[in-house]
Design a protein around this ligand. Structure first.
Ligand SMILES: Nc1ncnc2c1ncn2[C@@H]1O[C@H](COP(=O)(O)OP(=O)(O)OP(=O)(O)O)[C@@H](O)[C@H]1O
Length: 298
């Protein structure tokens, strides 16, 4: 375990009555310690520390340029912190490549769609699952003897389950590039789930969606978290959705963490109101009307 920090977070009593509590005595699945990230003179992240609990739906919010994508890239391995450490399942993964981290269980979707537009939905979802297959080109010729066929069938079954879960059966044979934006986002999510990550990073999963598409996507994300048991880390600009479905929220501003906590705590935080939402201290209005859907789901 290399002296890694897997201290349990304080759990009981942290959540509102009735709210599902994955955080109760949950272990930390990811931890950032003193992360700094610089691009020349730009300080994208300054001394950011936080922990994500196993089974949690954790959101990162902040104004444009606050460092949200930079932080997610430090989790996925796309960026390496200039200083500081990141830990996944108790292992120091700071120096690991994105592929290595993916093989340990970190999956992601992108802010801008990254599908193969000329391939079918099914093929897009199958891509990348190869590292999950035990049989390879050496055992391939012994297809009927080595269990490769059985493995392929099981593999397809799982992909079909994901297709059912995201309700994209009707487009499974369609070319990805021909689909509506909302559907393509869903296919991208399907592909990320197909890698069976323990922690999934969702970069603006609802960007560019209409209200109905957003509601659908929010439901899929909650189900993914609750039914598939995946830890979810989400960047999302739609505050209503973030506050509605997240267990905890971290707020960044100019690359620094200015708040972290349950949605209601973050909403009430004067620094968040002032800095992120541009409100005066005297302002009495609530920051957002937040329907308690998350609590009903529980
Ligand atoms: N590859 C890069 N090279 C240079 N500067 C970068 C790079 N990536 C991010 N930055 C800078 O780091 C800062 C944080 O950017 P980042 O994209 O992480 O913010 P963000 O909160 O995700 O913003 P947005 O909401 O607009 O996507 C910005 O000043 C940005 O210009």
């Amino acid at each position: 375990m290399s002296g890694a920090p897997v201290a349990p977070h304080p759990g009981p009593g942290q959540n509102s009555p009735g709210q599902k509590s994955p955080t109760t005595q949950a272990e930390t699945i990811f931890e950032a310690r003193g992360v700094n990230l610089r691009f020349g003179g730009v300080h994208a992240l300054t001394d950011v520390s936080f922990g994500i609990r196993k089974g949690e739906l954790f959101s990162i919010i902040g104004p444009n340029g606050a460092g949200k994508t930079s932080m997610v890239n430090c989790i996925s391995g796309r960026y390496r912190p200039t200083d500081g450490k990141v830990y996944f399942k108790g292992r120091d993964v700071t120096g690991m490549t994105p592929n290595h981290r993916a093989s340990l269980g970190i999956g992601r979707t992108f802010q801008n769609l990254a599908l193969f537009g000329h391939m079918t939905v099914l093929d897009n979802i199958m891509v990348g699952r190869h590292h999950l297959l035990k049989n390879n080109f050496l055992t391939g010729p012994l297809y009927w003897l080595t269990g490769a066929r059985k493995e392929e069938l099981a593999h397809r079954r799982e992909v079909e389950e994901i297709i059912d879960f995201l309700e994209i059966q009707h487009v499974r044979k369609a070319t990805a590039g021909t689909l509506s934006y909302g559907l393509r986002k869903r296919v991208e999510l399907a592909r990320a789930i197909a890698l069976k990550p323990d922690l999934i990073l969702l970069d603006e999963p609802m960007a560019g969606m209409n209200l109905e598409e957003k509601e659908d996507m929010a439901r899929y994300i909650v189900d993914l978290n609750e039914e598939f048991g995946m830890t979810v880390v989400m960047i999302e600009h739609d505050m209503g959705v973030v506050m509605d479905i997240s267990h905890r929220v971290m707020v960044l501003e100019f690359g620094k963490k200015i708040a972290e906590g349950r949605p209601e705590e973050v909403l009430a935080d004067p620094r968040v109101r002032r800095a992120y939402l541009g409100e005066d201290d005297e302002e009495e209005e609530p920051v957002a009307a937040v329907p308690p859907a998350r609590k009903e789901v529980a």
